[in-house]
Design a protein around this ligand. Structure first.
Ligand SMILES: NC(=O)c1ccc[n+]([C@@H]2O[C@H](COP(=O)([O-])OP(=O)(O)OC[C@H]3O[C@@H](n4cnc5c(N)ncnc54)[C@H](OP(=O)(O)O)[C@@H]3O)[C@@H](O)[C@H]2O)c1
Length: 367
């Protein structure tokens, strides 16, 4: 069975690996689900693993199979599996439990351990192969009517968690009625967060660098939100016109934007940081000003990463609602298919070089 893999620690080591086909019996207790992989999305995380910035091979291997954004079809199930059956379309969560109290209650997404066990990222093989087996607990059914949105289920789960955590945390206020949100970043996380917030009835401004019109601005507008190019207008310009936001979802990958956006959040607001910034950048911040405004405004900053089964389910529900509310818009995110698992060089080329590639995914098999 072919797989796209890297040798962790060695830059630009992406290659084709060979693995035995897994069996449903590989998972104990009759809980195994064997999935034939149809499509796998890739993102900056896969690029950075190939750059040897992070990622570790599973014990006993000198390579790591890439791919954490999966879409496939169930081929076989163990006798204890109830929620999916052969022929169902499924996606799969990424992180597997460690031993902390959060892991033990099914919340590995908020594990307190330093080591993450993540398929396709750290210590566990990913989905960029022909078949995988996993415990039924981690396999999430996708309705056949969302088949065309396939690999978006995983990034959607991260956006769903970010927004859900904000609403959950704002219960601290006893009453919260957010009207205005800013989303910084119009990549997959920013656009899917924009979708969720529009579905919740908020007015949304989504910020990115590129000048409109462009694909990202068209998607934002089609979701009923307002696209802002930071080359033309700043966060402060929009505050002057529309007021301070109740909620900010930060998803640019830029720590400078993350800190800048802290300066404009409204009273009692919440800001969610999702960017994973692997560099060593330093920025100057007006620290006295931010400090006093956050104290006097009772503001909240929270970080959000990964997603558990519940966030996948919320995300898939919102994809379905998004499809009927804004027909045909979400699939526009899926810009760059790569044909076949042997085409791994083209996959990496698109990820590294093509700045217009909003979403790169590999068509592994028909189905
Ligand atoms: N927390 C989680 O669970 C989670 C999950 C997945 C990804 N992430 C992280 O979330 C971040 C976003 O992911 P993504 O896949 O959506 O990224 P992406 O496709 O690279 O999109 C980044 C967006 O931010 C905009 N941007 C970048 N720098 C900017 C700046 N200085 N000012 C204004 N806009 C700026 C880009 O603008 P242009 O469009 O004009 O280039 C683009 O629209 C990344 O750091 C990623 O690693 C987190």
């Amino acid at each position: 069975m072919k797989a796209i893999a890297v040798r962790p620690g060695r830059p630009n080591s992406v290659h084709l690996a060979d693995l035995p086909k897994p069996r449903v019996e590989d998972v104990p207790g009759g809980r195994g689900v064997l999935v034939r992989v149809l499509k796998v999305g890739v993102d900056a995380t896969d690029r950075e693993i190939n750059d040897a910035l992070y990622g570790n091979a599973p014990p006993g291997f000198d390579f790591l199979v890439l791919g954490h954004e999966s879409f496939g079809i169930v081929e076989a199930i163990g006798p204890a599996v109830r929620h999916v059956r052969p022929g169902d379309y499924v996606t799969c969560t990424v992180r597997r439990p460690g031993t902390s109290i959060y892991d033990r209650i099914g919340r590995s997404d908020i594990t307190s351990e330093e080591i993450y066990y993540e398929r396709g990222i750290n210590l566990l093989h990913g989905f960029l192969t022909e078949y995988y087996v996993d415990d039924a607990e981690f396999v999430v059914k996708m309705p056949v009517g969302l088949k065309h949105l396939h690999v978006l289920a995983e990034p959607m789960s991260c956006a769903a968690k970010a927004v859900q955590q904000a609403f959950e945390a704002q219960r601290r206020l006893q009453v919260w009625d957010p009207k205005l949100a800013f989303v910084t970043g119009a990549g997959q996380i920013g656009l899917l967060s924009t979708l969720i917030l529009r579905l919740r009835g908020l007015e949304v401004f989504t910020f990115a660098r590129g000048a409109a019109p462009c694909l990202k601005s068209e998607i934002v507008s089609a979701l009923g939100a307002t696209y802002v190019s930071t080359k033309e207008k700043s966060l402060r310009d929009i505050v002057a016109a529309a007021g301070k936001p109740d909620l900010i979802i930060e998803a640019t990958g830029s720590s400078a934007v993350a800190f800048e956006s802290m300066e404009i959040l409204g009273h009692n607001g919440v800001e969610v940081w999702t960017s994973i910034t692997g560099g060593q950048r330093r920025v100057e911040v007006p620290s006295d000003n931010v400090n006093i405004n956050w104290v006097l405004g009772n503001k909240l900053l929270l970080g959000s990463v990964n997603a558990n089964r519940r966030h996948f389910e919320i995300g898939i529900s919102d994809l379905a609602l998004g499809e009927v509310t804004y027909p045909g818009v979400i699939e526009r995110i899926l810009t760059n298919p790569v044909s076949g698992i042997t085409n791994f060089n083209e996959m990496m080329r698109l990820l590294v070089e093509d700045k217009d590639a909003l979403k790169v995914y590999v068509d592994v098999a028909e189905g």
